[in-house]
Design a protein around this ligand. Structure first.
Ligand code: TXA
Ligand code: MG
Length: 306
């Protein structure tokens, strides 16, 4: 399976790649024709840069330069893992990958299959989440098939993604470092590692497609409500995602965990399942507002924004 994947990648084809966050749509990052296919398959505008995935620390310098001491600390502490670093790009990195910016997003995923493919391939893989542009990221191989059908040449089955939401993105060119997209690696974890403040920047002027208002969205409208609002709403024909409210027996519901890690693991799967139910609305109970829920609240706000 890994040999087939590598052969396809070397031939400029696209593969569905499991990672610990979400599944990616991977292509040879040094092959512009292959990278163009990623944008076409996703319907993604070309001004949204791609993350380059690498399998070894030696490859960092092929893609990035001027790596700050802070970036080095984060790499040592969190790679392989759900952290993407925005770094100054090496000259030879394709403008297709970076959307003509002078930075590159780099990440070393922590998934045995992804690492095996990266090691066997021996070079960087450009991989956005393997969904149609603006839609929910896939957290299992079946989701990738549903999103991309025959636009992908092979999907490696790597089981359900451990984390379930996309990596934390940190701009490591600024001092202090800036979080561009919250994720499983929280502000507190970054600050603990760096022994330094880290900034939140949810409205970056950088081209981060995750910054579009409506992103990670199911096709059914999503409404966020408090517990009280849900309890006093007509739930006929709606799908409810909630934590612990008692609802009428015939309501279509998914109950999610009160633990943010477990909640994140099931969030996209649940939104996808709710979307499949073809109801008129998906109501999601607003989770707590605190740092542990930052990444989840950000994804939910975007899912509800259209
Ligand atoms: O967990 C993840 O990061 C997954 C898995 C597959 O690795 N990938 C992922 O890729 O979420 P994507 O393309 O769906 O989201 C990556 C985000 C995009 O919003 C993109 O614009 C931003 O990272 N990005 C990539 N390179 C960038 C750069 N040089 N500067 C600023 N933002 C960048
Ligand atoms: Mg994405």
């Amino acid at each position: 399976m890994i040999e087939t994947a590598v052969a396809l990648l070397k031939a400029g084809k696209l593969i569905g790649l499991p990672t610990e966050t979400v599944y990616g749509l991977a292509a040879d990052a040094k092959n512009d024709e292959a990278v163009k296919k990623i944008f076409a398959a996703k319907g993604r505008p070309t001004d949204h840069p791609l993350i380059v995935h690498i399998g070894s620390f030696e490859e960092i310098n092929e893609w990035a330069e001027d790596i700050s001491p802070e970036a080095q600390i984060l790499i040592k502490k969190f790679w392989p893992g759900p952290l993407t670093l925005i770094l100054k790009k090496q000259k030879q990195v394709s403008n297709l990958i970076t959307a003509n910016q002078d930075s590159v997003g780099l990440r070393m995923p922590n998934h045995p299959l992804a690492l095996a493919v990266l090691h066997a391939f021996g070079s960087g893989l450009a991989a956005p989440s393997a969904n149609q542009f603006g839609h929910i990221s896939p957290t299992c191989a079946e989701d990738v098939l549903e999103e991309l059908h025959d636009k992908v040449d092979l999907i490696l089955p790597g089981g359900a993604a451990d984390i379930g939401i996309e990596s934390t993105i940190v701009d490591a060119r600024t001092t202090p470092c800036t979080i561009l997209r919250p994720g499983a690696i929280t502000k507190a974890m970054l600050e603990e590692a760096l022994q330094q403040k880290v900034l939140n920047n949810n409205h970056s002027k950088l081209k981060v497609s995750g910054n579009l208002e409506s992103h990670y969205a199911p096709r059914t409208p999503v409404t966020l409500m408090t517990k009280t609002e849900i309890e006093t709403t007509d739930l006929d024909g709606v799908f409810v995602i909630y934590s612990k409210i008692k609802l009428p027996k015939n309501t279509q519901i998914i109950q999610l965990s009160e633990d943010p890690k477990a909640y994140a693991h099931d969030l996209y799967k649940s939104l996808r399942q709710a979307d499949h139910a073809m109801m008129r609305n998906i109501i999601v109970e607003k989770p707590p507002i605190n740092e542990a829920w930052d990444a989840i609240n950000e994804r939910l706000a975007k899912a509800a924004a259209n």
